[in-house]
Design a binder for this molecule. Structure first.
Ligand SMILES: Cc1ncc(COP(=O)(O)O)c(C=O)c1O
Length: 380
């Protein structure tokens, strides 16, 4: 049997990983500024993470949500403490980012009894049912996903948002920092406008923090830079440091009913052990502070390079826009063994390293980046 060929692949296999580094089958060591697509939060194979998953596996790996699973409550408590302001919210656990957003939209619809969702240009919310319809990329919306229930509005356009809001809107979904869209930053004023219009029309504000959350921005959630609170927040990627887990946190005014949401695998023992290890390390190693410090340093230094069109982001979610992004990225990988992410449609390299990357590792990247930019400029 062959694999269904949907992924363009790097030309190597990874066989080992530790901290901010990965090794391929030929022994090449790469500095990982891609983090397996913003997933690696506490660093690869962190000893505490490996230990908690192993210990849990030796006790019980899985049982369905038909029994008490106290480790879920332990996760909710630790997560609540880390969020700085969302301790009174409730947690619903699932398995991926798309599933988290599906549950967020479904809950907004159940809660309000309405069908319409507002989403934004350059958005990405996942590849399934309602969330792919709320994703601004027609090429991944199959005919079965097409719906008139999603209303798209230009990102950061307050007047356009105001014009579409009314009593039919169940929720507004917006990324804390747009990821696939090229690390676009919502302005404080725009997020505050989303909040006030949701309040005015009885709609729910849904923050998609799947990529920008879990400390990556230097705060637990990126929208916390803008001094707003959402009704539902979706999380995944960094939550399990690679172990599949997602979830939504839900404001106290939204009532739960038995059977309203559900999943077989969501919140299983092993996934919770992984997510607890992540919470422990974010707290113990002060990773939000590290993300803020190393991220600010990287952004300030990147802004000094000539030929770069824009540097955007918060903390360790950084977009570097430049014309020859593809060539630069390739040279970083081949000549300097540094992996980066990309938003091809926005000519943007995305830096999404583990949150415990050191300043010395950031410096190593900056030196390589300078040499690559010079060599690309000379080649022209
Ligand atoms: C902002 C955002 N939302 C949702 C998703 C979908 O997550 P998953 O691939 O886990 O379904 C992604 C994945 O890249 C994302 O970046």
């Amino acid at each position: 049997m062959n694999l269904f060929d949907v992924y363009p692949l790097f030309p190597f296999e990874l066989v080992k990983a530790e901290g901010s580094y990965v090794w391929d089958e030929n022994g090449n060591k790469y500095l990982d500024l891609y983090g397996g697509h913003a997933v690696i939060s506490i660093g690869h194979t962190h000893p505490h993470y490996v230990k908690l998953i192993n210990e849990q596996l030796n006790k019980i790996g899985f049982y369905s949500n038909s029994v008490q699973i106290p480790i879920q409550k332990e996760l909710a408590k630790k997560l609540g403490e880390l969020t700085g302001g969302y301790e009174d919210y409730s947690l619903f656990l699932c398995n991926s980012g798309a599933e988290a957003n599906e549950n967020a939209l479904k809950l907004a619809s159940f809660h309000t009894g309405r069908k319409k969702i507002v989403a934004f240009s350059k958005s990405f919310h996942g590849r399934t049912s309602a969330v792919v319809a709320a994703t601004d990329d027609k090429s991944i919306i199959a005919p079965i996903n097409e719906t008139s229930n999603i209303i798209f509005v230009p990102f950061n356009d307050e007047a356009a948002l105001e014009a579409v809001m009314n009593n039919e809107i169940a929720g507004v979904i917006i990324e804390g920092l747009q990821g696939v869209g090229g690390v676009q930053v919502p302005t404080d004023s725009f997020l505050q406008k989303v909040r006030s219009l949701c309040d005015k029309f009885g709609a729910l504000m849904i923050m998609d923090e799947i990529q920008s959350g879990y400390g990556r921005s230097g705060k637990f959630f990126a929208h916390q830079h803008s001094n707003v609170k959402a009704d539902i927040i979706s999380m995944a990627k960094g939550m399990g440091n690679g172990f599949p887990i997602g979830g939504i946190i839900i404001a106290p005014h939204i009532e739960a009913k038995h059977g309203m949401l559900g999943t077989t695998f969501g919140g299983n023992h092993l996934a919770c052990a992984a997510a607890i290890a992540v919470c422990d390390i974010i707290k113990q190693e002060k990773l939000m502070q590290n993300a803020a410090e190393v991220g600010s340093y990287l952004m300030a230094e990147l802004k000094k390079f000539e030929g770069i069109k824009d540097v955007r982001g918060y903390g360790l979610m950084i977009g570097v826009e430049l014309d020859n992004y593809a060539e630069v990225r390739k040279k970083l990988m081949n000549d300097f063994k540094i992996l980066t992410g990309v938003s091809g449609k926005q000519n943007t390299i995305r830096l999404l390293p583990p949150l415990n990357i050191t300043k010395a590792e950031a410096e190593k990247f900056l030196q390589a980046f300078e040499q690559v930019l010079n060599s690309v400029a000379v080649a022209k």
